[in-house]
Design a protein around this ligand. Structure first.
Ligand SMILES: [Zn+2]
Length: 475
């Protein structure tokens, strides 16, 4: 996935004198107006086109930093994609912790048709801010920005540097974003102690927050495009080996592959963390050593009773999964057998699954005559620690409202690039959004209620303030 020119070194570091590309579309100087304006930049990926939005964020920072305390840079990948980097240095001589990175991505998935409000309008309607990115992840970016500016303007003690990053290309794998930044500009991140990023999975019932889910681990993504080609012809002919027929049989063999249930250390840690405040039956299963959990899940698989203890969506945490997400046979009429048939496979592997071995198994059952192209391989990344100062601070600050539990997600985020380099990254969302409103992520009518957004911004300020003030030690 990495761009062919990724090793190109003659990049341009834009000066801090970033010009505002266009006047802000929304009046006002608070986070709501900032988010509305941010949402009005169409950063659909492909192509991403993050630059104007990045320059808007840079202009907000510079407007609030008259002394020029921050080092603000726009870093352009060889593919021409703009990433924003802004560092606020510590202000005490005994700075203790490594830099805290506040990371979100600027790009969004395409909006598609059928929205009831314009996807790039930043519209306020019905007490909500509407637009692609309202949840994933521009609201998080504004919360990070507001927290950093608050830390700057309050003049509070800063025991660690704060680094704000607005990255390109996350939705397409990050090769022109964080992947490239860490590869080519590691010197800007070498002192990073921890990262706060997207993918917090807070559990909400109605409007009530049950627990803050801090993502500490993720599965691996493996996307494949498989293709059969050969002799098509008229639909009336006898052609059992048509490309479509061969592809369907091959896909069926892939679906019949068995993926055993396996309790990984990441899933064990995540669900053990929940056990202390979830149901008694849940605790009975998960608050046990890993071998005991494995044996109990195996037993329930045989005799039943697994559903009672697993929360919706949890089963994917214990096995590799394969979804055939698209079968493309061309757009011909019913009586024409096409000469080419294509399918897309979305496989999600447990954190410790050997992706090469998995790929070999898939290739073997697909058989010869099926062409396989790898669209994305996220690679493995270690889980982030739940014993770190940063995690403990999250527990302490967030715990005032609800308990905190580590979580493993089935998706992949930019956190993996940091984790691979030994930097703990935490998926943390400060927003508590009811499930109806949360359904817009990657879907239609993405929106965030204004009150949830503002409360989240305040919570992010508290979290970042505490992390910067108390770095490396007791509060
Ligand atoms: Zn995202």
């Amino acid at each position: 996935m990495r761009a062919p020119g990724a090793r190109w070194t003659g990049l341009l570091l834009a000066s801090t004198a970033v010009l505002l590309a266009a006047g802000p579309a929304f009046a006002g100087a608070g986070p709501v107006a900032w988010l509305q304006t941010y949402l009005s930049f169409d950063t659909s990926n492909p192509p991403g086109a993050e630059r104007a939005a990045v320059e808007y964020l840079a202009s907000l920072i510079e407007r609030h930093d008259p002394q020029g305390e921050l080092d603000v840079r726009v870093l352009t990948s060889p593919g021409g994609r703009a990433n924003l980097y802004a560092r606020l240095p510590a202000n005490v001589p005994d700075a203790a912790g490594g830099a805290l990175v506040l990371l979100h991505h600027v790009d969004v998935v395409p909006a598609g048709e059928g929205w009831s409000r314009p996807p790039f309008g930043g519209t306020m309607y019905d007490g909500k801010i509407w637009g692609r990115g309202a949840l994933d992840a521009k609201s998080l970016g504004i919360a990070h920005l507001g927290a950093m500016l608050h830390v700057l303007e309050s003049g509070q003690t800063r025991r660690r540097d704060l680094v704000f990053v607005a990255s390109a290309d996350e939705e397409a794998g990050g090769a022109d974003g964080v992947g490239w930044l860490l590869e080519e500009h590691w010197e800007l991140f070498a002192d990073a102690g921890a990262v706060l990023n997207e993918a917090g999975v807070n559990r909400v019932a109605g409007d009530r927050l049950l627990w803050w889910g801090i993502e500490t681990a993720q599965k691996q993504v493996l996307w494949l495009r498989v293709m059969a080609s050969g002799r098509g012809g008229h639909g009336s002919g006898f052609n059992p080996a048509s490309p479509t027929h061969r592809l369907v049989r091959a896909l069926n063999r892939v679906l019949e592959l068995e993926h055993p249930w396996r309790v990984t250390t990441a899933a064990h840690e995540a669900y053990r963390g929940l056990a202390t405040f979830h149901s008694a039956e849940f605790a009975e299963v998960f608050d046990q050593p890993i071998e005991v959990v494995q044996a109990e899940l195996d037993r329930r698989l045989r005799v039943g009773g697994l559903d009672r203890v697993l929360l919706p969506g949890m089963s994917a945490s214990f096995r590799d999964t394969v979804q055939i997400t698209r079968i493309d046979n061309g757009a011909g009429p019913v009586n024409v057998a096409p000469g080419e048939a294509v399918a897309l496979i979305d496989a999600r592997l447990l954190p410790d699954t050997d992706a090469d071995a998995f790929r070999r198994r898939v290739d073997t059952v697909l058989g010869t005559g099926i062409h396989v192209e790898e669209l994305l391989r996220s690679g493995a990344s270690p889980a982030s620690s739940t014993q770190s100062d940063v995690y403990r601070t999250l527990e302490r600050v967030l715990g005032v409202r609800a308990p905190v539990a580590p979580a493993m997600i089935a998706g992949a985020t930019d956190s993996r690039f940091f984790r691979r380099r030994g930097v703990d990254a935490y998926g943390f969302s400060p927003f508590v959004v009811a499930s109806g409103d949360a359904a817009g992520i990657h879907g239609l009518d993405e929106r965030i209620p204004v009150d949830a957004f503002l409360r989240g911004c305040e919570m992010m300020k508290r979290v970042v303030t505490a992390l910067v003030r108390d770095a490396g030690g007791a509060p």
